[in-house]
Design a protein around this ligand. Structure first.
Ligand code: ASP
Length: 329
């Protein structure tokens, strides 16, 4: 009898070790091929700049290329909808900004739910915005700009990257703060919107410093103010809109990395570790600090923190947007 038990125990142990040896966890071998990081706006724009900086550093950690795919349209909602429906295998990821939280109130027919159709990887960087005018706009500073807009509202236009884009949100907050209706011109990202501003086809653009710093430093646009509470290190001479009298004017762009719902936790953990490593990479740190981007503290570099923040932002913007009656069918 004893011998029988011993034999059974031996067989069970052998079976267990065989099972261990052959079972494959979903993250085993991941990533075994290039990963696509979807950017909802045009190449060369501010969101794209953040994505490419991260992607290059992640490639070094993961040993696989991070391929940036710019999926344009509908203020970033086409890209988010595309990733929500992609295979949940860790090979299709999304980087997006505040638009992830404003879209449910802005779009009556949204093809996804930001709070239930994704896995959350981490927040990455916070980026200030700047209010810019074309170089030959007659107004020298914010006060002159406001006077100019009041007198010329009908012929002034503001470029933006579509309903759900932060350039649109910033423009709307500005419009409301000064009480002037401005014409708006949508583009599929603020890279083309910036080209239109540089070419003098549009008058105003509010955009992230990850794109605007170089043009401000080159003197090719007029700077009317920064959208943060305090001045920023990357542009120390640039006044904030608040210090020039637009009380409570604050728009900060936050970014998160997402994966389709159902992506295995082990895969999310690997991507999270690679993004965290990228956020410690000296090249990324330097690039972000030159461009005014602030890497989020480690406490925000978790899936839970991103999910929690997104929920807070959805709850914050929903009522504001619904009250303003801005929406797309
Ligand atoms: N800055 C853009 C926005 O307004 C997006 C972009 O082109 O990166 O949302």
């Amino acid at each position: 009898m004893k011998r029988l038990f011993a034999a059974i125990a031996l067989a069970a142990a052998a079976a267990a070790s065989f099972a261990q040896g052959t079972s494959t966890s979903p993250a085993q071998g991941y990533p075994g091929k290039p990963i696509t990081l979807v950017v909802p706006f045009a190449a060369g724009g501010p969101t794209d700049v953040v994505a490419r900086a991260l992607g290059q550093a992640m490639t070094r950690t993961l040993g696989q290329a991070i391929v940036i795919e710019n999926k344009l349209g509908a203020g970033g909602t086409l890209a988010a909808g595309y990733v929500a429906k992609a295979a949940p295998d860790g090979y299709t990821l999304l980087i997006h900004h505040n638009g992830m939280s404003t879209a449910p109130a802005l779009y009556r027919k949204l093809a996804y739910n930001p709070l239930t159709d994704f896995e959350y990887v981490t927040q990455v960087v916070d980026v200030p915005m700047t209010l810019l005018g074309r170089k030959d706009l007659p107004a020298k500073d914010l006060q002159e700009l406001i006077a100019y807009l009041k007198a010329n509202a009908a012929k002034v236009n503001l470029a933006h990257a579509g309903l759900g884009a932060v350039s649109h949100l910033c423009g709307m907050v500005f419009r409301q703060a000064i009480g002037v209706e401005l014409q708006t011109v949508p583009y599929q990202g603020t890279a083309p919107a910036m080209n239109a501003l540089l070419g003098g086809q549009v008058d105003l653009l509010c955009d992230q410093t990850t794109q605007t710093t170089q043009h401000i430093k080159a003197g090719s646009v007029k700077l009317y103010g920064v959208t943060t509470r305090e001045r920023i290190k990357a542009l120390p001479d640039a006044p904030t809109l608040q210090e020039q009298g637009l009380r409570n004017f604050e728009v900060v762009v936050w970014h998160g990395v997402y994966a389709p719902k159902g992506t295995p936790k082990e895969v999310i953990d690997k991507v999270n570790a690679a993004v965290r490593a990228a956020l410690k990479d000296p090249t990324v740190i330097q690039r972000m600090s030159e461009l005014g981007g602030e890497i989020v503290p480690e406490s925000k570099q978790t899936p839970e923190a991103l999910r929690g923040w997104l929920k807070t932002e959805v709850d914050r913007w929903g009522p504001v947007i619904r009250a303003a009656g801005v929406y797309a069918d």
